[in-house]
Design a protein around this ligand. Structure first.
Ligand SMILES: Cc1ncc(COP(=O)(O)O)c(C=O)c1O
Length: 409
């Protein structure tokens, strides 16, 4: 399979971590932190050099002028998430963007004040949502609804999500779900959820931290109101890299919507007149606050170039095959000591498989790391691994399952 893989050469474009003895690690942690593109340093050095040579003049005269620098990412980002260019902006980090979006899109009233989230949503999302509910004078006890799998099941059924929205929709102000759940790896039916939510008059937003660069997205057509994501997982932008934000075209000129403002969201043509009145830019850029961190954007450009070259369609095809292969090998190891809790249907997951371990999982995970197998552990019982189509091989998957099986026994 590796010999026949049309994307195999992309592995050579990334820095693979090494074990103490100098061998390449089996790196299965792209769902947490993607690997460094080998070209990242040259993109970064260019900006450091321009800063060195030009100082403030770099804003206009750098090789890639810093004033419009973030726009170098717009086309590729829009293509990646299936949006129009004006619907996306690369800015801030995920939780910051989530708050900015909720400031605009979570407008609770006494009749409609609830937020629907998935149980076990990423803690930062839970904190953000709870704090927004309290900020508006409501109480999470009565204003938060959590989607919960049926007893004995690990992930949500689509029909249960739809029927909950149908039942409770009139009191729901905002539906906020992960595109792919960070714990189980379940990919949600974002088109169906958006349709169901909008039928009931709810605002719909998605946290795409585990979806962007992992599964194909068609945000414009699906029609959620907003989405946010980070760029350090499948997008390989580097630790703490700048995140992304989508605001649907229908809100591009929503001047009366409340929003927290900053000068970079102000109409660009008159930004430097330094006037006191805020006039937001059209589209997602109107939610920007600060001038962009060029040194953090540079490595992301390196990575997005590679992404565009590989193409999401080909990446998804390989991803399905790699993950399917991992599942097949794990099935052959069938043991009461573990179970895979990620959905089995390829269209209901991305690259990640979540392995629930009955006991001593943490020790097993550490044992694997000592042998150069890098996945990660999520309390209380889950070992997460992702074979990432840009840089993982079928051989990685084979070796991983061999070592997993040895470590288990
Ligand atoms: C699903 C999800 N939401 C939110 C976050 C927090 O992101 P940030 O630290 O960029 O705000 C993460 C980080 O891993 C995440 O996986």
């Amino acid at each position: 399979m590796d010999t026949r893989d049309p994307l195999a050469h992309f592995r050579g474009r990334f820095c693979l971590p090494k074990t103490r003895s100098g061998d390449e690690c089996i790196y299965l942690c792209g769902h947490s932190l993607g690997l460094q593109p080998k070209t990242a340093s040259s993109y970064l050095e260019q900006e450091l050099r321009d800063w060195d040579n030009l100082g403030v003049e770099g804003h206009f005269h750098a090789k890639n002028p810093w004033m419009p620098y973030h726009r170098l990412l717009t086309q590729q980002t829009a293509a990646l998430v299936g949006a129009l260019p004006a619907e996306v902006v690369v800015m801030n980090s995920l939780t910051v963007n989530l708050h900015l979006m909720m400031v605009s899109f979570y407008r609770p009233t006494t009749e409609r004040h609830k937020i629907l989230v998935e149980r076990g949503a990423f803690p930062s999302d839970q904190y953000a949502v709870n704090s927004q509910i309290r900020f508006h004078g409501f109480d999470p006890v009565s204003s938060l609804i959590e989607l919960t799998p049926r007893k004995g099941e690990a992930f949500m059924r689509d029909e249960d999500i739809e029927s909950l929205i149908e039942r409770e929709g009139d009191s729901i102000a905002l539906i906020l779900l992960g595109g792919v759940n960070y714990g189980t790896g379940q990919a949600f039916d974002m088109a169906g959820i958006t349709r169901a939510g909008q039928r009931k008059g709810c605002v719909v937003g998605f946290d795409l931290a585990h979806a962007a660069g992992n599964i194909p997205l068609r945000l414009h057509d699906w029609g959620p109101d907003f989405a946010v994501w980070c760029s350090y997982k499948y997008l390989n932008g580097g630790p703490g890299c700048v995140g992304g934000c989508f605001v649907h075209e229908r809100h591009a000129r929503a001047w009366d919507m409340p929003r927290f403002a900053g000068w970079w969201g102000h109409e660009e043509k008159i930004r430097f007149q330094m006037g006191p009145d805020f006039r937001p830019m059209v589209g997602a850029e109107g939610w920007q606050l600060s001038n962009p961190p060029i040194l953090a954007l540079a490595p992301l450009r390196a990575s997005m170039e590679i992404f565009s070259e590989a193409g999401m369609e080909r990446l998804r095809a390989k991803s399905g095959s790699l993950t399917g292969y991992m599942e097949f090998l794990l099935d052959q190891q069938a043991s009461p000591k573990f179970s895979v809790i990620t959905p089995r249907e390829p269209e209901r997951r991305g690259a990640q498989l979540s392995i629930r371990l009955r006991s001593e999982g943490r020790i097993l995970c550490d044992r694997m790391a000592a042998q150069g197998v890098i996945g990660d552990w999520r309390e209380p019982d889950t070992f997460r691994v992702a074979a990432v189509p840009l840089y993982n091989s079928y051989q990685d998957v084979y070796r991983f399952v061999q070592r997993f099986s040895t470590a288990l026994s």
